[in-house]
Design a protein around this ligand. Structure first.
Ligand code: RB5
Length: 151
């Protein structure tokens, strides 16, 4: 049985209900909710970077982001060095994103997926572990790309 995890989570206005559902579905984890807390429209990059930087600083192990599609959140989070954000709306992708790609942020689209499946996607992702060997080598190459473009 794995230890409970420290997780950061944020959403934009489209993801507020799903974010609340996810936090409630995993009461055994320690959630750091970085917003948004209202239904007023907000800009997803601001929320994505808040979670990404919290993961990067090592204050939490993993981050979860919810917007309309997951795409914008993942794009923004992936601009932060050390972040590997994956969009997953099925459990197979969620598992391999963690096992093969060591995704440390999961992005979900509240306009794409129902809450029941979203909970299972998150459950699968949290229960999966990055694999060593060839997958570790490939993930190291992701980091090397960041280094290549560092100013
Ligand atoms: C907001 O309308 C929407 O663009 C946002 O939630 C997200 O889907 C962006 O990727």
């Amino acid at each position: 049985m794995r230890q409970n995890m420290r997780l950061a989570i944020a959403c934009d206005h489209t993801g507020l209900d799903l974010k609340r559902t996810l936090i409630a579905a995993f009461p055994g984890e320690t959630w750091q909710d970085l917003g948004t807390f209202e239904t007023d429209a907000v800009d997803y990059p601001d929320l994505a970077v808040a979670v990404a930087e919290t993961v990067r600083r090592g204050e939490v192990e993993l981050g979860v982001l919810v917007c309309g599609t997951g795409a914008g959140m993942a794009m923004a989070a992936n601009k932060v060095p050390g972040i590997r954000a994956a969009v997953a709306h099925d459990t197979f992708t969620a598992r391999l994103a963690r096992e093969h790609n060591a995704a440390n942020v999961l992005a979900l689209g509240a306009r794409v997926i129902g809450s029941g499946l979203a909970v299972e996607v998150v459950r699968t992702w949290l229960a999966s572990t990055p694999q060593a060997g060839r997958h570790q080598r490939r993930v190291a190459k992701l980091s090397a790309i960041e280094e290549r473009y560092r100013r």
